[in-house]
Design a protein around this ligand. Structure first.
Ligand code: MSP
Length: 656
């Protein structure tokens, strides 16, 4: 059995995943399912890229350790993949021990071979992208060429990876082979990065610690791209004993990524593999972004701060996961961006799924039920005009195969829906409702319905990798056992038994009431945008209170501030504002009452360390005694934000 290895990028757990993240994963899932159906031994890998400054900063902001922070968000990613029907074979986390150890060995191997050396990095650094840039690479405003945010001058001792030895081979890889898809992108890479001379790549950092330590120089951590890119190999057991299928699956058949990380996969990744004399992946498929189409019809990047992030859970719950999978795959051509709009989505679902495919199935099944009580008679009258439908159906599989092999999923779906249209047209041509009225046309009617059922069998088989939840329901309705709906049978006609029995079932894709839904979806988006704007403007408009009366150090020292752990917490009965916290203060424990219930649920605080004023005179609030208070800051939105100290500090630590 031939192997097939496909990968998504490993995602940064720096926020909740959105519909844009779904694209690559759902696309890879569909290809993986198609290849499994073809009989390939498939390895489909996805995962999370959990190191780096950005994660360290986010964790600090939330008052948790980086590991706690990533653990929580990774759960969110896994839930989304399950919800979206993504069946990966392996999930890698770059914080997994085996990966960390393997990266240390890989770094050392590159060093021992002379491809990594120590130097000093001076340049412009973009913190969100974790990338250093040269002046010539910055955008016209002098900002990061990828995210267009400000960069800062930075210098640090660092290790570098030599890129120049690989320039010629990489240029050939991009221009003379079909590694890069679409190949039209090769020119921009060659002109922007290779022709000006490939610069050596900075591959370590000393400015943060949340990363893989360099074994032979532990104040350095491995720069995220070495750590991230090699996941594709360590997940198979490269340089580790956790898995044992590197020899079987490497090189990857397809890495799929979006355009913003093309450079890393098209230039840096092959160079690193060349340095270790490893085989190169066969293809890199690069797609554009799902952007958000605003009211003026312009495409905006999806961003939390604009409030235009499309939530896949919300859409899937409203319209069904398969409809959403179909929509995003059908809209995006490889290489180009695709603008998301609720109108386009609903039109697409209504026209292709409700009216097109759903209607084909429901009409066919309803007619078999009405005219033959569900079971077709075996007597038939075949006719010549049917040969056109039959050839469209039996030639479909080959066309879809080519699209899948060339990572053109939009085209694969277009081919399949051309066949759906042909089958619907066949109903109009043969007019079964007229045949049904004429007893002498019974045999002809049976042939027509059989041909339709066979067309649906082939179409639904080929659609099943894209819409895995719905197709088994179709098979149930057309009376086709799942094993008959196989890839082998998808280029044949006449597979269902002549006396096949159909079963009327639920409507597969209910028609969506456009006006009503657009109204509701617009309300959701407007609320998100208003919330994002309010948050921004609250921050922008915030003016700090004037500084209070001066005190001297001795006066300040009178306030005894300590670290304490919230062991448990509950709402104070009869009060909407108060929470009662049981604290471990390292000195026998105490109870504190705090007016933060409008902004915190008890479980938000339990298990966290806070700062208390330990020598405040006890007071009674709503009949509950409070032995001190916990520190919180004014939030620009009018709320209160508890101040969380470094969570590794022991209970009772004094703050001065
Ligand atoms: N951690 C790196 C990848 C390392 S792979 C060795 C990373 N992570 S990411 O979470 O920021 O992005 C993961 C992928 O999702 C990227 O390909 C990115 O371009 C893609 N997308 C993020 N937003 C997207 C859209 N709106 N539309 C399509 N893809 C999007 O980069």
């Amino acid at each position: 059995m031939s192997k097939f290895y496909i990968t998504t990028p490993i995602y940064y757990p720096s926020g909740d995943p959105h519909i844009g993240h779904c694209y690559t994963t759902v696309a890879c899932d569909s290809i993986a399912r198609y290849k499994r159906m073809q009989g390939f031994d498939v390895m489909f890998l996805t995962g999370t890229d959990e190191h780096g400054q950005k994660i360290e900063d986010k964790a600090r902001e939330k008052g948790v350790t980086p590991q706690q922070y990533v653990d929580e968000i990774v759960e969110g990613f896994k839930k989304l993949w399950e919800f979206m029907g993504v069946e990966y074979d392996r999930y890698i986390r770059t914080t997994d021990d085996y990966h960390v150890e393997a990266i240390q060995k890989i770094f050392k191997a590159l060093y021992d071979k002379g491809y990594i050396y120590k130097g000093e990095y001076k340049g412009k650094y973009c913190t969100p992208c974790e990338s250093f840039w040269t002046d010539s690479q910055l955008d016209e405003k002098g900002c990061c060429p990828e995210c267009h945010r400000e960069v800062k001058e930075a210098a640090e001792e660092a290790y570098f990876f030599k890129m120049s030895p690989f320039a010629d081979r990489i240029e050939k890889l991009l221009t003379e082979t079909d590694y890069l898809r679409p190949k039209t992108r090769a020119t921009e890479l060659v002109n922007n990065f290779i022709k000006p001379g490939l610069e050596d790549l900075c591959v370590s950092r000393t400015s943060f610690t949340w990363g893989v330590p360099v074994t032979f120089d532990p104040k350095h951590v491995v720069y995220v791209w070495v750590d991230a890119l090699f996941n594709y190999c360590t997940a198979l057991g490269f340089m580790n004993d956790k898995y044992d299928d590197y020899d079987k699956y490497w090189p990857a058949d397809i890495h799929m990524v979006a355009k913003d990380i093309m450079r890393f996969h098209a230039i840096i990744w092959p160079a690193m593999l060349m340095a270790l004399d490893m085989p190169l992946p066969k293809h890199l498929a690069v797609h554009g972004w799902i952007t958000f189409q605003n009211k003026k019809g312009e495409a905006e990047k999806m961003s939390k701060s604009l409030g235009n992030v499309v939530d896949p859970f919300m859409l899937g719950e409203r319209y069904g996961v398969d409809a959403i999978r179909y929509h995003i795959l059908r809209e995006m051509a490889l290489g180009a961006d695709s603008a998301f709009s609720n109108e386009i989505m609903i039109k697409r679902i209504n026209s292709d799924l409700a009216n097109g495919f759903g209607n084909l199935v429901s009409r066919t099944v309803a007619m078999a039920d009405k005219y033959f009580g569900g079971t077709l008679p075996v007597e038939r009258e075949e006719k010549d005009p049917d040969s056109d439908l039959i050839s469209v159906i039996t030639s479909l599989r080959d066309k879809v195969d080519v699209c899948i092999d060339e990572t053109r999923l939009k085209n694969a779906l277009e081919e399949i829906f051309t066949a759906v249209d042909r089958a619907n047209k066949y109903i109009d041509e043969t007019e079964p409702w007229k045949l049904g009225k004429d007893e002498s046309k019974r045999e002809r009617l049976a042939s027509v319905l059989y041909n339709l059922l066979e067309s649906i069998r082939v179409i639904s088989t080929l659609l099943s990798p894209f819409m895995p939840n719905t197709m088994p329901k179709v098979w149930e309705q057309i009376g086709a056992p799942a094993e008959v709906c196989s890839y082998e049978n998808a280029d044949k006609f006449g597979v269902l038994p002549a006396d096949v029995t159909v079963h009327k079932g639920e409507i597969l894709f209910p028609r969506i009431d456009m006006d009503k839904e657009i109204d509701e979806l617009n309300k959701i988006i407007e609320a998100n945008m208003a919330a994002a704007k309010a948050k921004l403007s609250a921050e922008e408009l915030f003016t700090p209170e004037p500084v209070g009366e001066q005190i001297d150090i001795d006066e300040f020292a009178k306030a005894d501030l300590r670290v304490a752990l919230v062991k448990s917490c509950e709402k104070v009965k009869k009060s909407k504002k108060l929470l009662c916290l049981q604290l471990d203060d390292g000195m026998g424990g105490r109870q504190v009452v705090s007016g933060i219930a409008p902004w915190y649920a008890p479980e938000d605080l339990e298990g966290k360390k806070v700062i208390i004023v330990a020598n405040l005179a006890p007071a009674e609030l709503c009949g509950v005694e409070s032995q001190g208070m916990i520190l919180a800051a004014d939030n620009p939105d009018g709320g209160a934000a508890v101040v969380f100290p470094d969570q590794s500090l022991p209970c009772g630590s004094k703050i001065r």
